[in-house]
Design a protein around this ligand. Structure first.
Ligand code: FAD
Ligand code: A2P
Length: 255
């Protein structure tokens, strides 16, 4: 019921233009946020969009700085009109194939697009809405969070796992509660290494797609883990990755 009506698909983002002006008196620039709902929205009526926003906060010269747009979004009152742009983005679209395998690597709010995919795949209301998309492949989510209570949407994900044990695997890396093999913080790339054989067996299947979303800093770590895992199978990751990218099976959105 928006004005104009917003139409989007899973994996796209929208831009938010916060109220007010910047230090130069100019209107604020837009910030992008991954859409966390399916095209039907959380109420299944196709008139809402959900985001998963973390308020940016950091210390500078002894002062706490709040990010402009994330603070605006986290503080707005229900009913407030918000200026949005988009939807935009092709990088993170989900293949229409019901038999695809979907490996998801997420840290923090990087769970947003994955939440949309997993609702589309496993939420009963969504399945009823989509006779042409009754997911039958394997969806495997690797989720990184500092502590157990920071695991976003955990209840839903646990439910999908118990209802669709053949189709959904959920592997967490809780950095500040668990240790990796070297005694350091457990990150999702450590989990990727632990399951390297299965992951590479899946990647050999042309129906398998990999999605990465969240902290930019995770990219080198994932690359390193994939290189080591590929080498153990006699494969060269620096050749394989561009080939996967070209085949539109390697999807990255980090920020
Ligand atoms: P700003 O006021 O713009 O402040 C950010 C600036 O602060 C940085 O550019 C940097 O100059 C400075 N800064 C930041 N940290 C520090 C530090 N530690 N020390 C010193 N300076 C620092 N965010 C989400 O929460 N959820 C999402 O789903 C999401 N999806 C995104 C999808 C895409 C494709 C992209 C590009 C970004 C996404 N983001 C998401 C990030 C989001 O767009 C904003 O960048 C974020 O919310 C911060 O914006 P802000 O206006 O609050 O911060
Ligand atoms: P940590 O902060 O303990 O070092 P959030 O955005 O909610 O804080 O969660 C991000 C998660 O990703 C945290 O568990 C964080 O760990 C982890 N993380 C931080 N840096 C990296 C990295 N380079 N590669 C993978 N995971 C990372």
């Amino acid at each position: 019921g928006g004005d104009p009506q917003l139409r989007y698909v899973e994996g796209q983002s929208i831009g938010i233009i916060p109220e007010g002006t910047d230090a130069n008196g100019k209107p604020h620039k837009l910030r992008l946020y991954s859409i966390a709902s399916t095209r039907y929205g959380d109420n299944l009526e196709a008139n809402t969009v959900s985001l998963c926003v973390r308020q940016l906060q950091y210390e500078k010269d002894g002062e706490t700085i709040n990010g402009v747009c994330s603070t605006y979004l986290c503080d707005i009152e229900p009913g407030t009109k918000v200026k949005i742009t988009g939807p935009v983005g092709k990088e993170m679209l989900l293949p229409p194939d019901e038999d695809a395998n979907v490996i998801m690597l997420a840290t923090g709010t990087g769970i947003a697009p994955m939440r949309a995919y997993l609702r589309r795949m496993f939420d009963p209301g969504e399945r009823a809405k989509n006779p042409e998309y009754q997911f039958r492949g394997l969806a495997w989510l690797f989720m990184g969070a500092p502590k157990t209570p920071n695991l976003l949407y955990d209840d839903d994900l646990q439910r999908y796992q118990s209802e669709f044990p053949e189709n959904f695997r959920y592997t967490t890396a809780i950095s500040r509660e668990q240790q990796n093999a070297k005694g350091g913080r457990m990150y999702i790339q450590d989990r990727v290494l632990e399951h390297a054989d299965e992951i590479f067996a899946m990647i050999e299947n042309p129906k398998t797609h990999v999605y990465m979303c969240g902290l930019k800093g995770m990219e080198p770590g994932i690359d390193e883990a994939m290189s080591a895992a590929a080498a153990a199978k006699g494969l060269n990751w620096s050749e394989l990755r561009p080939a996967l990218k070209k085949a539109e099976r390697w999807h990255v959105e980090t920020y």
